[in-house]
Ligand binder design. Structure first.
Ligand SMILES: *[C@@H]1O[C@H](CO)[C@@H](O)[C@H](O)[C@H]1NC(C)=O
Ligand SMILES: *[C@@H]1O[C@H](CO)[C@@H](O)[C@H](O)[C@H]1NC(C)=O
Ligand SMILES: *[C@@H]1O[C@H](CO)[C@@H](O)[C@H](O)[C@H]1NC(C)=O
Length: 498
């Protein structure tokens, strides 16, 4: 398909998508989600099953056991990774057509149903089967790199079904063009490979084959580096990639659960050659240079040069580097928000806050076909772990927004400054901007997350959804709120200013 024609189609689809979105909004009276546009949303996944699929067998298909961990947007399709966390996942990579105007289309199996091991009694791991996939990436040659962790029923018996591998598909033909088996010596017992970055910064061949790939092992925390030109792989580990036991308990609204996952979020700054990463069970973000990753295996006493970037308010999964200004986007799970952080200025800004739509954001990414557009996927994973999934509400959402979104956000200022709001709490900040806010006690029933009884927060009278906490486990959460480090571990913030 020619590129010129493609971009025309994309434009048409984009406009149509916007119109559709208005329709969805009215039909379901979704709250205004600032500038977050819902692209697709599902209660649970259903599939375009092949004939004779054993759909009534819950070990083959059990909709309340299927949770997406990422969505990858290509030119014409949206790929959805549903790892085999439990039994009952019929395929690990699904896709829907981007031009399907249905808000909750049925999924198909990528590239087709012959690639799934679900429902098969025996199969040969040397064949191109996909067992359990968490994340994938599209390279600049329009190829999809699918990282197969190959572990089935991770939360049940955690079976190592096959050896982990990467299958690279040409998206023009949907054929496997490359297979990279991850050798045993860079794996550990119970390794689970959940994320990858394809680093093309020194690729010269134009084929996207002479790249480096950085792979996150979340359970036996490490980064596995693959030098594709030399076909070599090595494993690098550091305490920064491990979970912090004090932060193993994750809270999303009323759901609390333990996840002791290590390194999971990866974002790559192609201009400065820096890989940012975060374990799940931590409140920290770290970075390492491309050169340190590429320097080859290290000896035991050789400490990896890891930079500690700073702290955030709660745990999170995805990291995304916005090429426009070098900001890192992440989503603190407890605050149900998407936040940007500029590593140079150390300034954090809440871009989006939504108690419903931003429950457990598992992926933030971009599509090579839509410049300046960022996609985010949320999954209500919290409900799946606590077995309180509600089949009648939206559980999975794919959203998108323009970045930078500052102009759009500031045009939606929540209030007009008038009389200054004063509080001893904000002595570190510029308190003249806390205007017309009401300070309240924390006993109100509509708190979106539990607070320490002594925590002070305030709510803007004009907007019920903009509740701002000050200390405890909350960060201020509203579009256009800026967070500044405050005192010991707290944050102060300002509203409606840059
Ligand atoms: C699996 O396939 C490989 C490659 O085709 C072959 O060498 C091997 O013998 C097969 N294994 C089994 C158990 O059939
Ligand atoms: C790997 O871990 C499993 C589960 O804990 C255990 O049963 C098995 O013996 C381990 N294998 C090796 C080689 O350590
Ligand atoms: C406080 O905010 C006001 C209004 O935006 C600004 O003029 C002033 O320079 C700020 N002061 C400090 C110390 O940042």
């Amino acid at each position: 398909m020619g590129r010129a024609r493609s971009s025309f189609l994309v434009t048409v689809l984009f406009i149509a998508g916007n119109l559709l979105f208005c329709g969805i909004r009215h039909a379901h009276s979704l709250a205004v989600r600032s500038n977050l546009e819902i692209v697709k949303q599902w209660k649970l996944f259903s599939y375009e099953f092949p004939p004779h699929a054993p759909v009534s067998d819950p070990d083959y298909y059990n909709p309340t056991n299927i949770v997406p961990t990422s969505m990858t947007v290509a030119y014409d399709r949206i790929f959805i990774a549903t790892p085999k966390l439990f039994a009952g996942v019929p395929t690990t990579v699904g896709y829907v057509s981007k031009s399907d105007f249905n808000e909750s289309p049925r999924l198909n199996s990528y590239p087709d149903w012959s690639y799934t091991v679900s429902g098969r009694k025996s199969f040969n791991c040397s064949d191109s089967y996909l067992v359990s996939v968490y994340r994938m990436r599209i390279d600049s040659c329009n190829r999809l790199w699918i990282l197969d962790a190959a572990v089935s029923r991770t939360f049940e018996d955690s079976e190592q079904t096959c050896q982990p591998k990467i299958l690279v598909f040409d998206l023009n033909t949907d054929q496997v063009v490359r297979r990279i088996d991850i050798p045993k010596d860079v794996l550990r017992n119970q390794s689970i490979l959940v994320n990858l970055i394809v680093d093309e910064t020194t690729s010269t061949s134009g084929t996207c084959d002479d790249v480096f790939v950085y792979i996150a092992d979340t359970v036996k925390p490490a980064i596995i580096v693959y030098d594709s030109a030399r076909d070599m792989m090595w494993r690098l580990s550091h305490p920064a990639m491990w979970p912090d036991p004090d932060l193993g308990l994750v809270q999303v609204l009323n759901d609390k659960f333990f996840i002791m996952d290590g390194i999971i979020g990866l974002a790559f700054d192609t201009i400065n050659g820096i890989l940012y990463f975060q374990p799940l069970a931590t409140d920290r973000i770290f970075s390492i240079t491309r050169d340190a990753l590429r320097a080859g295996p290290r000896r035991l006493h050789d400490i990896l040069p890891i930079r500690f970037l700073g702290k955030k308010s709660s745990q999170g999964l995805p990291l995304y580097l916005a090429p426009q200004d070098g900001s890192l986007l992440f989503s603190p799970v407890t605050e149900t928000a998407i936040v940007s952080w500029h590593p140079q200025t150390n300034k954090q800004s809440v871009l989006f806050y939504d108690v419903e739509a931003l429950q457990f954001v598992a992926d933030i990414s971009e599509s090579p076909w839509e410049s300046g557009v960022v996609y985010a996927m949320s999954s209500k994973f919290n409900r799946f772990t606590s077995e309180t999934v509600n089949r009648d509400e939206i559980n999975f959402r794919l959203m998108r927004f323009k970045y930078p979104s500052r102009s759009a956000v500031s045009s939606q200022r929540l209030f007009t400054p008038s009389a200054p709001f004063k509080s001893d709490l904000y002595t570190n900040g510029n308190d003249t901007i806390y205007t017309r806010a009401e300070e309240r006690s924390s006993s109100a029933t509509y708190l979106p997350y539990s607070l320490d009884p002594n925590t002070k927060y305030f709510q803007l009278p004009s907007a019920r959804s903009s509740l701002h906490t000050f200390a405890g486990n909350g960060i201020p959460a509203t579009p256009a709120a800026h967070i500044l480090p405050f005192g010991r571990g707290g944050y102060s913030y300002s509203l409606g200013v840059n």
